[in-house]
Design a protein around this ligand. Structure first.
Ligand code: PEP
Ligand code: MG
Length: 328
């Protein structure tokens, strides 16, 4: 198998019937970026900026963040790096910023916290923008968006940071480009606000881990209810189908960056639905590329039609596994 995976390294991520797929990586540690330089990946679909924050003893300064982000953007200036603004809270506490809550997953997470602390948000966005001077491969992504107003507020702050950095840059004769700004789709409410959000942002990215957790009301880290936590639940699959259909009619690019994209069965269903941008942990890249190259889209669509009629996640898995066995 390793031999087969090696052989495909230079070949495109394309189905047997010619559907091209963009394969991106999820990263948090600088070391994970090495995978980006391989030909397999088309860039970074999700850089979890909270990871370097969690490894420190205090908030990193603007200068420290800027150096870190600059190193990432320079790794390969031809490949996009999608940097997500700080997504702490929930299961990702900062040791030097203690928050005690009854229900952390329904609490002060992601954009909710950073909009209440605009100084944290502004420092981070300024660092990203300064890091991107002279480059044009940065995208900014907002986590845990629930309301359109959070997007308005975030964009206002991003604009403020942009003007500040642009002014400083001009003094040095450098040009700053406004990066694309997108939102994570992971709170179920936004499924019903896609047209309003599409008017405000450049792209969508689905966080299927949180979307599953919130659609099913199952804590993604609670072992007692882990059997219920399943992205193959028919409701999750229908939500994913709805999102791609809506995004296509709104002409808005959409990536999927949860664990589902890195599972062979998940990737097949997503491709059949119409997704063409998948972001995953780098160790899943070769496997998923192999699945894509073995796949016929017509067969995958037939499989999806069948799967969408099923009632239980375990039936979905059985059906997908039979399909995977047939692929070899
Ligand atoms: C997700 O929720 O699917 C996601 C990609 O973000 P995280 O796992 O960091 O919450
Ligand atoms: Mg998430």
């Amino acid at each position: 198998l390793m031999g087969r995976l090696q052989q495909q390294a230079d070949l495109p991520a394309e189905t047997k019937d010619g559907h091209r797929v963009e394969l991106l990586i999820n990263a948090g540690l600088s070391a994970e970026l090495e995978a980006m330089n391989s030909d397999v990946s088309d860039g970074v679909g999700l850089y979890r900026t909270e990871v370097p924050f969690m490894m420190r003893e205090r908030f990193p300064s603007e200068q420290e963040q800027c150096q870190l982000y600059r190193a990432m953007l320079q790794t390969n200036p031809n490949k996009i790096i999608t940097m997500r603004t700080l997504d702490v809270g929930g299961d990702k506490p900062l040791p030097y910023f203690p928050v005690v809550e009854e229900n952390p997953f329904l609490g002060w997470r992601g954009i909710r916290m950073t909009l209440d602390h605009p100084e944290i948000f502004l420092v981070q966005v300024r660092a990203m923008l300064r890091a991107s001077l002279g480059l044009d491969n940065l995208k900014i992504m907002l986590p845990m968006i629930t309301t359109v107003n959070e997007v308005n507020e975030s964009r206002r702050l991003i604009r403020q940071a942009f003007y500040e950095v642009a002014e400083e840059a001009q003094l040095d004769g450098q040009k700053l480009v406004m990066p694309e700004v997108g939102v994570m789709l992971e709170v179920p409410a936004v499924i019903y606000q896609l047209p309003q959000l599409a008017a405000k942002v450049d792209f969508f990215s689905i966080g299927s881990n949180d979307l599953t957790q919130y659609l099913l009301a199952v804590d993604r880290n609670n072992a007692r209810v882990s059997a219920l936590y399943d992205s193959y639940h028919p409701a999750v699959l229908k939500a994913l189908k709805f999102i791609i259909d809506e995004s296509q009619s709104l002409n808005k690019p959409v990536t999927l960056c949860g664990e589902l994209a890195g599972e062979p069965g998940g990737a097949i269903l997503l491709l059949a639905m119409g997704y063409r941008k998948l972001s995953m942990n780098s160790f899943n890249l070769s496997k998923i590329k192999w699945v894509i190259r073995s796949l016929s889209m017509d067969d995958a669509r037939l499989l999806l039609d069948e799967v969408l009629e099923l009632e239980h996640p375990h039936q979905v898995r059985d059906r997908i596994n039979r399909h995977l066995e047939a692929l070899g």
